[in-house]
Write a new protein. Structure first.
Lengths: 587, 203
């Protein structure tokens, strides 16, 4: 720690800190806490999916309002699926992968001493804390938390009397989301300006590590896509509390009374929501892919394949992601020609993603693999993107989506993409940059147990959901055995729940490893993985303000296998110090 | 091996070619970049509202209301306010800081007048019996002018801050970037208002 930082009182150093690394860790810890809640909800959801008619006397004692008489109340089931989705997407993955990892790694990888606006950075973290508290508090208000789905479609979200959770719970949901949007937008502004303006000497755009590239693309997407959701939230609030009917059509009947609203259209909300919703998926998935590139290069000891094509593919994917939102609404009613358009542009996204996927796989070609835990998770990302992406072809095409819409197939698909890919991205990042963060290594054996328990459970579980959906099982259904035609598939639900518990066991291993390594992990030196990017030029743990004078950059981020097998040239090495350049297998 | 991807692993020339650090200090471009990003969020917000209005206007219940004529006066206020800001910049470039402060003050006053005028427009509509819940066109007027007013209020805050800095002599002949950046934001907010006015007036 530099003297300036060490002189500050504890609460300025670790609580209201403007240090990007401290803020990054704060984000990740907050996300971990929210993940505990969201995983807890998923356990309750799976219990209901597996044993829909069983009574749970224990649960009645633990959660008396949710399990009246030992049976789960249907409205609480809807609250659980709503809040599981909301918390996971916005308060776990966004916080940990984008805000958390991004905060920690952007200045270190571009050679900046801190973010462009450190105070704004602190402000965006301390805006997310009340957002989290509001979301959690909504469970305890009358009627419970929001229950209209994580998408909050009106009229369920617009009429306070539509569901028990549509009352104060839904209002708090909108408030929490508004604070999240404010926080995330401030973070995106900071990320984009830091990456574009605070790069060190010689760090041209095409010399940035791909993690930074993906975070830049994510930030720009966030800046452009979140404001329309803000607009939708303002209109939704006015519909709820101002008596307007932006989204509410005429003829709505609640409790036997015809409501006075007229002329509004719920479709408008869906358009505004998905204009954010689809790019948001890319905001989450792309950084995971960027991390995969960085980790694969370091532990494959070779440059990534097709750096430039990857960058352009990222940009093309980002542009396309903003014009395909309608594929979430094929069954909501839309002109067939419009559906045709949305199908075509959605399937077009396979092109940039194929480029990225092929480049990732080709980056493993003849690599000298060092199968560390971080590398295993990075390879897992490649596998999950490919496997999960296949389902997207069916869902992106209007003709097949009309069958799959609102089925468990969709649930399987998005859990692959923004569940497995992103959480693997978070894990790869944590295992990879843990030495830089805390100056200690995580335990590799426990890490590998964590990896294998996780991948061996989540893949069959989510593939199983695809099959359930093919069989016609619908999502968000309180009792999956209610429909006779899906009853023969119920055994699949039992298996998926069993696999979920294996996966949770894997995460317990991770937690043990994390806290054990914080205190008793083996000490790490400045560059334990022999990485070529700039973050490895600082001591471990990286000091406050990173460098007195940020290093000058002379080369690309992936100059591996230059002086024979396994040799590498760090980005800041001046050319006159590079002794000889020989082929990969000649050294 | 690797000859397809152009990465620098095998080619010693690569490092030699790029040996000169390409980019020096970029921090001078920091504020314009931040401003650009902020303006992008503002534009996307009002683009979404614009789309919503165009869609909602086709609803069966759509009854257009007469936008209160005071908004035209308000429009004159905000456009003149922008012109005065340019005058302030001119004055700074001539080195007359006190003159510039005066223009800044006029500009802020007109911004405040604009907001007061918008509130008068609201009260006129309310007097005519058009409330949020009774007419969707009026509801759009309240919502859009309200959200826009919040952006104007933020702009006034920034202008007051620049005025304070101008009064303590923080700006010089070639050092008034703060005012220039505030002016860009202010012009954009004014342009957004003209766009909204056209959008709300076409019935």
């Amino acid at each position: 720690m530099s003297s300036a930082h060490a002189g500050l009182p504890f609460w300025r150093r670790y609580i209201f800190s403007t240090d990007h690394k401290v803020i990054g860790i704060q984000y990740i810890l907050t996300a971990v806490f929210m993940a505990l809640v969201a995983v807890g909800l998923s356990v309750l959801i799976r219990m209901q999916m597996t044993w829909p008619v069983r009574l749970w006397p224990i649960m009645e004692q633990l959660l008396p309002t949710a399990y009246e008489g030992g049976a789960l109340k249907p409205e609480f089931y809807l609250t659980m699926v709503t809040m599981h989705g909301t918390i996971m997407v916005f308060f776990v993955i966004s916080l940990a992968l984008v805000s958390g990892v991004g905060n920690f790694i952007i200045p270190l990888q571009v050679g900046a001493r801190d973010m462009a606006y450190p105070f704004l950075n602190m402000l965006s973290y301390w805006t997310i804390v009340p957002a989290c508290l509001i979301m959690l508090a909504s469970f305890f208000v009358e009627g419970g938390a929001a229950a209209g789905g994580w998408t909050s479609y009106p009229p369920l979200s617009a009429l306070p009397g539509a569901l028990p959770g549509s009352g104060l719970g839904q209002t708090l949901w909108i408030l929490g989301m508004a604070l999240f949007i404010v926080s995330f937008t401030m973070g995106s502004l900071n990320f984009a300006t830091t990456i574009l303006n605070l790069r060190t000497k010689g760090m041209s755009l095409m010399r940035m590590p791909l993690t930074v590239w993906t975070l830049l693309v994510s930030s720009v997407l966030g800046i452009l896509a979140f404001p329309p959701l803000t607009a939708a939230a303002i209109m939704l609030l006015l519909d709820r509390h101002g008596g307007t009917s932006f989204f509410l059509p005429e003829g709505l009947v609640v409790g036997g009374n015809v409501l006075a609203y007229e002329g509004g259209t719920p479709l408008l909300f869906q358009h505004l929501f998905w204009f954010l919703g689809h790019p948001e998926v890319y905001v989450l998935v792309l950084p995971a892919l960027g991390i995969a590139f960085d980790v694969v290069a370091t532990f494959g000891r070779r440059p990534v394949f097709g750096y430039r094509t990857t960058v352009w593919a990222l940009i093309v994917a980002a542009v396309l992601s903003m014009i395909v939102w309608g594929h979430h609404m094929f069954t909501s009613g839309m002109n067939p020609y419009l559906g045709e358009y949305f199908s075509i542009v959605t399937v077009l996204i396979t092109l940039p993603f194929a480029v990225i996927g092929v480049n990732l796989i080709a980056s493993l070609w003849r690599a000298d693999l060092r199968l560390t835990t971080a590398m295993l998770f990075a390879i897992g990302i490649i596998s999950a993107v490919g496997t999960g992406g296949l389902g997207g072809l069916w869902l992106g095409t209007a003709a097949s989506d009309i069958y799959f819409h609102s089925s468990v197939f969709v649930v399987g698909h998005f859990h692959f993409m923004i569940g497995v890919v992103t959480s693997f991205g978070i894990f790869a990042a944590i295992y990879y940059w843990f030495p830089k963060t805390f100056g200690r290594h995580m335990n590799e054996t426990l890490g590998k147990i964590h990896f294998w328990l996780t991948i061996s459970s989540v893949f069959p579980a989510f593939i199983g959901m695809h099959y359930l959906g093919l069989g016609g099982a619908l999502r968000r259904v309180y009792d999956p055995t209610y429909y006779e035609y899906v009853r023969p598939l119920q055994e699949m639900n039992v298996w998926i729940t069993f696999l979920l518990f294996i996966s949770i066991a894997g995460q317990l291993v991770f937690f043990v490893n994390l806290f054990r390594s914080l205190f008793w992990g083996t000490k790490a030196d400045a560059n334990p993985w022999e990485g070529a990017t700039l973050e490895w030029t600082t001591p471990s743990p990286a000091p406050h303000l990173n460098w007195n004078e940020p290093p000058t950059v002379y080369g690309g981020p992936y100059q591996y296998r230059v002086n024979g097998v396994g040799g590498y040239v760090p980005q800041h090495t001046p050319p006159e110090e590079v002794e000889c350049w020989v082929g990969p297998h000649e050294g | 091996m690797n000859r397809f991807d152009g990465t620098p692993d095998l080619i010693p020339v690569h490092v030699a070619v790029n040996s000169e650090p390409k980019i020096s200090h970029r921090s001078s471009g920091l504020y314009p970049m931040f401003l650009l990003a902020v303006l992008a969020t503002v534009m996307m917000l009002f683009a979404a509202f614009t789309a919503a209005l165009i869609v909602r206007r086709t609803g069966s219940d759509w009854v257009p209301v007469q936008i209160p004529s005071v908004v035209w006066l308000n429009t004159v206020f905000i456009v003149t306010s922008s012109i005065f800001l340019e005058c302030a910049k001119k004055a700074f470039s001539r080195g007359s800081g006190s003159q510039a402060s005066l223009w800044l003050g006029y500009s802020i006053a007109l911004g405040v007048l604009f907001l007061i005028g918008q509130l008068i427009a609201w009260s006129v509509l309310i007097d005519q019996g058009f409330l949020l819940s009774t007419n969707t066109h009026a509801a759009f007027f309240y919502m859009l002018s309200g959200v826009h007013g919040a952006h104007v209020l933020g702009g006034i805050g920034v202008l007051v801050w620049t005025l304070r800095r101008a009064l303590v002599g923080a700006y010089g002949i070639d050092q008034y970037r703060g005012v220039a950046h505030a002016a860009i934001y202010w012009h954009c907010v004014g342009a957004v208002w003209i766009h909204l006015l056209v959008l709300l007036s076409i019935t």
